[in-house]
Design a protein around this ligand. Sequence first.
Ligand code: ZN
Length: 183
Amino acid sequence: MKKFTLKNFQEKFPNDNVCLEWLRKKLYPRKIYCINCKKSTLHHRIKSKRVYGCDYCGHQISPTAGTIFHKSSTPLTIWFYVIFQMAQTRGGISAKQIQRETGVTYKTAWRMCYLIRERLDEDISPFGGDVEVDDSYFGGKRKGKRGRGAEGKTPVLGIVKRKGAIKAVVVPNLKTKTIDPII
Ligand SMILES: [Zn+2]
């Protein structure tokens, strides 16, 4: 399998606007439900804010709502980078290393690690839905508390090769410990 390199990652996510647009497309592939219009409508990006506005009424919604990125002043590029490292690196990445490589404070780095790991442990993607961190993605979002069943869903770890071939492996759970050796 061809490795998705750091260079590939940086080319795919060069800045926060690209990250936000990627997030919007993942969570809302087409229209977004507007609570004001009470229907799904087209939305446009509001510049300089992490939000999109309804084309009809202007009501604003942020694709980061309900994700670990919400209300964080840390750039999305740094968030994505940490998730990329956690998905790609066998031993994960330490808060110290994130601090050194990205320039955020140790406290911020530690909090990011904590939030991302917590989501992975709960089998919930950090992005809020089925998500791919480039050539690897975590599918089969499970609702409810662990142990109470996954509502019939089978956790599947898919490894997407760069040329489009997909290898899917059924795994007992989506914990880092389980999936790292497979990746
Ligand atoms: Zn609206």
